[in-house]
Design a protein around this ligand. Structure first.
Ligand code: ZN
Length: 433
């Protein structure tokens, strides 16, 4: 996009450059032109000025775990609606998981997603390819040709690749392209037909449990395989205390492992399943307070590198059924930041650490050139106001789906502007543009 934009007087937090200072950001033709105090638009240019006084200006937020559902699930979400939800949530880049129908396990589907995103999406969409063909866990997907088409990582997310031999092969092969293997960690045999965390509450509520060990076994296995192969492993949606410990230990030993946590695992315990609201049914399931505490600890100390929503839209028909029968997952893009912020405030985590986990850290996990306001970088910028309280209203979501347990919650933090390559793709009501 051509032209100039000057974002004035915001508190600019850019952890990629260790910047935290009230100053201006100047954008030229979709790129960051300058950061500094007292900047002005060059004379004789038709630029726009955004007054960011008393708000926070950061690199555009990056969500590396999103289900856009297209192709094949357009009754739940499309690339268009999912991108709008991302923009409204302050996200300028998302990585979309491969469990579409058909699965993104070949270059044809990767190209389809990229072309659709180029035509319909205001934000950056980075496809993740499948590890195994059809997510069946039997043979490797066409990783090389998908990589040439533009995938940024591989994952069978939604399912766990149970075959350790194939996982080793995938990790080995991933090194050829220096891409990250993202692991959804739930031993499917141990999980069985469980629907919530196994423990006191599953007994109380009369629902089948999923033991924490089902996650931890795969986290441990994949860390061992990352060590064996030297490949880059990323653990998706960590949910248990022991998983956090395993990852912390692995990092200490120099294994190339990164991890993410979701807004819901940082916020909710399995206590809320007692409402039998199927929007609380997620995979991995909501756990217990000691797990939430350990995740917050991991978020604070960087063991949990990145925050990711696991935005998983489902239609009313798929959710308004018995708890046992409902699909796993909740939407997340439009409530993610306020939930992260609430968690950060509660735990005393700095804004800078929170922004790092939403910008440069996730960008590095999947190796994309985003999450920074360095001069010359794409002008992806999010402006938000942490002092404003919002009330979650699912009927106002841009997402096609409304499966959230947070409807009606009052939370801190309001997105003011979302800017992608110098183009304002979202402005809150009352915004000046
Ligand atoms: Zn998953």
């Amino acid at each position: 996009m051509n032209g100039w934009i000057l974002i004035k007087n915001g508190r600019v937090i850019d952890p990629s450059q260790k910047v935290d200072k009230v100053q201006d950001v100047l954008i030229r033709d979709g790129k960051i032109e300058a950061l500094g105090v007292g900047l002005s638009l060059p004379k004789e240019t038709l630029g726009r000025t955004v007054d960011a006084t008393n708000t926070i200006v950061t690199p555009g937020w990056v969500d590396i775990h999103v289900h856009l559902r297209e192709p094949g699930g357009s009754h739940k979400e499309t690339i268009l609606t999912g991108s709008r939800a991302a923009g409204a949530g302050g996200f300028t880049s998302v990585a979309c998981m491969a469990n579409t129908k058909p699965v993104n396990d070949n270059a044809y589907i990767t190209n389809y997603i990229l072309q659709k995103a180029a035509a319909e999406s205001d934000i950056n969409v980075f496809p993740i390819g499948a590890i195994s063909k059809g997510l069946a866990g039997e043979e490797l997907a066409e990783i090389g040709s998908m990589w040439e088409a533009g995938i940024v990582a591989i994952s069978d997310d939604g399912k766990t690749l149970m075959n350790a031999y194939l996982m080793r092969k995938a990790l080995d092969y991933s090194k050829r392209f220096d891409i990250t293997v993202v692991s959804h960690c739930e031993d499917s045999c141990l999980k069985g037909r469980g629907v919530m965390n196994e423990g006191f509450n599953s007994a109380r509520f009369g629902l089948r449990g999923i033991p924490k060990a089902s996650e931890e076994i795969i986290v441990a296995r994949d860390i061992q395989l990352a060590e064996l192969t030297g490949a880059r492993l990323h653990i998706a949606h960590v949910s248990t205390k022991r998983s956090v410990e395993l990852i912390r230990e692995a990092k200490r030993r120099g294994i190339r492992v990164t991890a993410e946590a979701t807004p819901h695992h940082l916020t909710l315990t399995d206590e809320v399943v007692g409402t039998y609201d199927t929007n609380t049914k997620v995979a991995p399931p909501l756990r217990e307070q000691e797990d939430v505490d350990a995740l917050l600890e991991g978020f604070a100390d960087g063991t949990i590198d990145a925050l990711a929503s696991d935005h998983a839209p489902h239609s009313v028909e798929e959710k308004e059924v018995e708890y046992d029968l409902a699909e796993f997952g909740m939407v997340g893009l439009e409530t993610a930041m306020p939930l992260y912020l609430q968690a950060a405030i509660k735990k005393g985590i700095s804004l800078s650490r929170m922004i790092e986990a939403m910008t440069i850290a996730p960008s590095q996990v999947i190796g994309i050139p985003r999450g920074t306001l360095k001069v010359g970088a794409a002008a992806d910028i999010t402006v938000f106001d942490p002092s404003v309280k919002i009330k979650v209203d699912k009927t106002k979501f841009k997402s096609k789906s409304q499966n959230t347990p947070f409807h009606g919650w009052e939370l801190p933090g309001k997105v003011c502007y979302t800017i992608v390559s110098g183009k304002v793709v979202f402005a809150a009501e009352g915004g000046s543009l």
